[in-house]
Ligand binder design. Structure first.
Ligand code: SF4
Length: 671
């Protein structure tokens, strides 16, 4: 039997086939045409290692877990949900769930528990690009598709090591290397940067200043596409007024780059045939992330680089973050790109779900980092985590761990993960291949994931767990789903007439992309004026002794819960490491393999150093190593967030370094 599905790892969304225990690319998949990277090849080997198969419970966290049956688990949850006020509950879900799971959980929480206390791990990943897309174009949909990679003559990767994180997209770009120009903007000479024709190795966090300087030059040189701006763009003057403060000479100092590189970049935005800007967490995981994203999109609007002339293309982190966004799974969203703050949207969903008027609250719930503070303030008392591992991925972990200790914690996952060690109740979940459903890739292509096996033991599909609980709570009439397809048939109806309309899709049609190839082909935008919008993007300098950047390793996915079980994928990535520039290392008297202590706030961590081609005074460490590795890097990061998207800063932490068992130290920490 051959079963088709979408890769459960990154947001490229490769279409795969499973045949006789092997995974290969699906040549007929319209988005990725049979290509894949190494990670999913080992999925069959790890799929059944370390699985959760029975509900586990302990009221007191000092006790051991006891196995319980599902009815007892639902009884416990019914009791808790009955005692607690709705604002004392919080749900934290994942872009690795299928759209059907996400839709059911969102309906249960926002429609029936009547609280917006729900967020997704997209808050750490795609919360930022979703807002600038909406601000600039009026919707959260990526304007172009992967086909646009095949005829562009310039690619600008900003804050993206796509060679590691989106390898199939990067391979597609490299196929065109001989007839295109590749620019990489990154403080690290990553594998992506090593392929670049121009690597702009800027100081971390200064991207907005760089993009503002490019807009400054475009104006100064007369390279703005005034016809495009006049006809299709609002806000140029406001955006440019801010950019006047960013002449290249000044910005080259802020960014610590050569001034001529700013000119080169401006020329590319002005004169290339088709330019695609691709970006990822380097711009998103930032306390100034919205401005970084908008400043980059401003360059496309000022030069008319949309559709056949280019595109600003945000690379999505997780396999179904796009599906989650379509279903409005963060604290402000509702299905069909709707928003709780919009009365019409709320009323539509209330009628659609058959709940009384006013059931959906008009105020977005707290984000996950805000929820952690509310747990510590004893305002949130039950936290339900689905398919993600916040004990490792959230910033400022000392604080998070205190909150996880304090709250009644439900963890619903396919595998035992680090967060389970704080749990009261653990619910075993099915994963890819054990349930059906759809996922949406970065370029809006939707793939149907078929199942090939039953979940092990008592594990259940995530949608089924919430459906059964809804039945126990008396909402059965509204959650009478017998299959994933019934959920799909319901959810697609609330997209009818919306930008992400999939109301005519069936499981049998898929894979298929929603929307036109170019979402704004007619250059009409779903904004109030019908025009796209530019905004002023001020930049704030961030001081630091040494700048710590966190990110992914090449072959591991997030916290290694699944990929870490493959020897083949783990090879060379077994141990946490800290990349340091060779010259900085010499100043510290370090050789490769030495131990250092890294200090941030009132905490510190010991790690081994490796020489890496990071910019001077910058360090890089991977965030995915969990408790078993004893070097959880997010103990050092802060929970400072972007003021609009509330996405935390994970690419700029001010740290100090001390050598361990050596006597030389130059950066302010005692010897
Ligand atoms: Fe999976 Fe991403 Fe690799 Fe494609 S590029 S196979 S989606 S991890």
């Amino acid at each position: 039997m051959i079963v088709s599905f979408q890769c459960p790892y990154c947001g490229v969304g490769c279409g795969l086939l499973w045949e006789e225990g092997r995974v290969r690319g699906d040549k007929n998949h319209p988005a990725t045409r049979g290509d894949l990277c190494k990670k999913p090849i080992y999925y069959p080997k790890v799929m059944n290692k370390g699985r959760l198969t029975k509900p586990l419970y302990r009221e007191n966290k000092k006790e051991s877990f006891k196995e319980i049956d599902w009815d007892t688990a639902y009884y416990i949850l019914k009791q808790k949900l009955g005692i607690l006020q709705k604002e004392e509950l919080y749900f934290y879900i994942s872009g690795q769930l299928m759209t059907e799971d996400i839709y059911v959980i969102n309906k249960f929480v926002k429609g029936f528990l009547k609280t917006n206390n729900i967020d997704a791990n997209s808050r750490l990943c795609m919360a930022t690009p979703a807002s600038p897309y909406k601000l600039a174009f009026g919707s959260d949909g990526p304007p172009c598709t992967y086909e646009d990679l095949d005829d562009a003559d310039v690619f600008v990767f900003a804050g993206s090591n796509a060679a590691w994180t989106h390898p199939v997209v990067f391979k597609r770009v490299l196929k065109r290397k001989h007839e295109s120009k590749l620019v990489v903007i990154d403080p690290i000479k990553t594998d992506t940067a090593k392929e670049a024709d121009l690597h702009i190795q800027l100081r971390a966090g200064t991207d907005t200043a760089l993009f503002n300087a490019v807009l400054f030059l475009l104006h100064e040189k007369g390279w703005v596409n005034w016809d495009f701006v006049k006809n299709y763009v609002d806000g140029f003057e406001v955006a440019f007024e801010e950019c006047k403060k960013y002449p290249p000479k000044v910005v080259s100092k802020i960014c610590q780059i050569e001034e001529k590189h700013i000119y080169e970049l401006a020329e590319l935005y002005a004169f290339s045939r088709k330019l695609i800007s691709l970006w990822c967490q380097g711009l998103n995981q930032s306390s100034q992330g919205i401005n970084k994203n908008i400043a980059l999109i401003n360059l496309h609007l000022a030069t008319g680089r949309l559709n056949e002339r280019g595109c600003p293309f945000s690379l999505t982190g997780q396999p179904n973050a796009m599906g989650g966004r379509e279903m409005g799974y963060m604290s402000n969203g509702l299905p069909g790109y709707r928003d709780v703050r919009n009365q019409e949207d709320r009323e539509f969903m209330e009628r659609f779900w058959g709940v009384s008027r006013g059931s959906i609250k008009a105020t977005p719930g707290p984000t996950i980092t805000e929820a952690i503070d509310l747990i510590l303030a004893e305002k949130i008392k039950l936290l339900w985590v689905v398919c993600t591992n916040p004990a490792i991925t959230l910033p400022n972990l000392d604080k998070v761990w205190k909150a996880l200790e304090k709250v009644f914690l439900v963890v619903q996952d396919a595998y035992w993960n680090d967060t389970c060690s704080f749990a009261n109740l653990i619910l075993p979940a099915a994963q890819m291949g054990e349930k059906k459903g759809i996922m949406t890739a970065s370029d809006r292509t939707i793939t149907f994931n078929n199942s090939l096996a039953k979940p092990p033991g008592g594990a259940k599909a995530d949608w089924l767990i919430f459906t059964e609980l809804a039945n126990h709570l008396g909402y059965g009439k509204h959650f009478s789903y017998k299959s994933e397809e019934e959920i799909f048939d319901e959810l697609k109806q609330c997209t009818k007439g919306r930008l992400c309309d999939i109301s005519s899709f069936t499981y049998r049609d898929l894979p298929k992309r929603w929307g036109k190839r170019w979402l704004y082909e007619e250059l009409e935008f779903p904004t109030q004026s019908g025009k796209a919008r530019m905004f002023a993007t001020p930049y704030d300098y961030q001081e630091a002794d040494l700048i710590l950047i966190t990110g992914r390793t090449k072959n591991q996915w997030h916290t290694m819960t699944r990929t870490g079980k493959s020897e083949e994928l783990l090879k060379g990535e077994e141990e946490p490491f800290l990349f340091i520039n060779k010259e900085d290392a010499h100043e510290f008297g370090l050789v490769e393999g030495d131990m250092v202590e890294i200090f941030s706030k009132d905490t510190s961590l010991r790690m081994k150093v490796k020489f890496g081609e990071v910019k001077r005074k910058h360090l890089f460490a991977a965030f995915g190593y969990g408790f078993s590795h004893q070097a959880v890097i997010n103990t050092l990061t802060n929970d400072l967030t972007d003021p609009i998207s509330k996405q935390p800063e994970l690419k700029f932490t001010n740290v100090k370094l001390k050598t361990v068992n050596r006597r030389i130290s130059l950066h302010g920490v005692e010897k």
